[in-house]
Design a protein around this ligand. Structure first.
Ligand code: BV8
Length: 233
């Protein structure tokens, strides 16, 4: 089967083989931090120092990790396939880009960007951020926040994602537990809107596994290159 428009949703599991913690695995991020304290606007308002430390630690960790074979395989698919390939990632790391992917949407934002709350300006940021960091726009300390989507906040580019889901003929979900909406609802949206083939590639069946026409379980660094080889044959 030759596909024309491929949408690939990725989650923390695709970065696991690079040494980046997932969220809901036994020793994952949410076993170390309370998501209500570090991944909600209310938590940030209550204790911005804790939230800045949480993102500073994860942002600094990006310097210690590299893309794995799964990221590289998806970049190869974009480069070598005749299809239009769009990566929609829930991840806030930059590993897809560092592997060479260019057509990508970070629906939950990016750790290497911050946003000024005075005027919504988004700027690249590679070092620590604190409540004392002066905002380049208004000069006020405490104005800058991580450019990531917290619980209760609207994910980015939802209109563009909705169109891509309606128009794709292949939807692949890689390395996500299917716990967090609206991303977890994408496979149902694809099934309702068209005739796309749907594939789940994960370490283990996700919450929504029964909604996928095809599944492949194993570590993404092994399963994704095999899947891409098949697509490019
Ligand atoms: C929204 C911040 C609506 C960025 C994250 C009550 C109050 C408020 C909201 C809600 C509520 N009840 C429900 C909601 C909606 C909520 C939600 O879905 N909650 C769930 C938990 C019930 N969603 C939201 O709030 C979203 N916004 O709904 O807005 C709205 C409408 C109008 C107006 C305004 C708003 C926002 C969701 C984004 C939250 N941000 N984090 C950051 O710091 O990273 S959540 C966090 O979960 C990350 O973003 C992460 O990307 C996301 C999904 O997690 P996964 O990527 O799936 O990771 P997980 O660890 O769960 O799974 C990893 C998988 O990989 C596992 O299956 C594992 O088996 C597999 N794996 C492991 N190793 C490997 C592997 N696979 C392959 N190879 C391996 N080696």
């Amino acid at each position: 089967m030759t596909y024309k428009r491929i949408v690939i949703l990725t989650g923390a599991g695709i970065s696991a083989d690079s040494g980046v913690d997932t969220f809901r695995d036994p020793d994952g991020v949410w076993s170390q931090y309370d998501w209500q304290e570090v991944a909600t606007p209310e938590g940030f308002a209550r204790n911005p120092v804790l939230v800045h430390d949480f993102y500073n630690m994860r942002r600094a960790g990006l310097a210690e990790v590299a893309p794995n074979a799964a990221h590289t395989a998806l970049a190869r698919l974009e480069r070598d396939s005749h299809a239009e390939v769009l990566i929609v990632t829930q991840n806030v790391d930059d590993l897809h880009e560092r592997a060479g992917t260019t057509n990508i949407i970070h629906m939950h934002g990016e750790m290497k960007k911050v946003r000024s709350q005075c005027d919504g300006h988004v700027l690249a940021w590679h070092t620590d951020l604190s409540v004392d960091t002066p905002c380049p726009q208004c000069g006020e300390p405490g104005c800058l926040r991580p450019h990531v989507v917290w619980f209760g906040e609207m994910p980015f580019s939802m209109d563009r994602i909705g169109r891509a889901l309606a128009e794709c003929d292949l939807f692949v979900s890689i390395g996500t537990s299917g716990n967090v909406y609206p991303a977890a609802g994408f496979v149902a949206e694809v099934r309702a809107k068209g005739h796309a083939h749907t594939v789940e590639i994960n370490l283990e069946p996700s919450e929504g596994h029964s909604l996928f026409a095809e599944t492949a379980y194993g570590r993404a660094a092994e399963t994704v290159p095999q899947f891409v080889d098949r697509l490019l044959r």
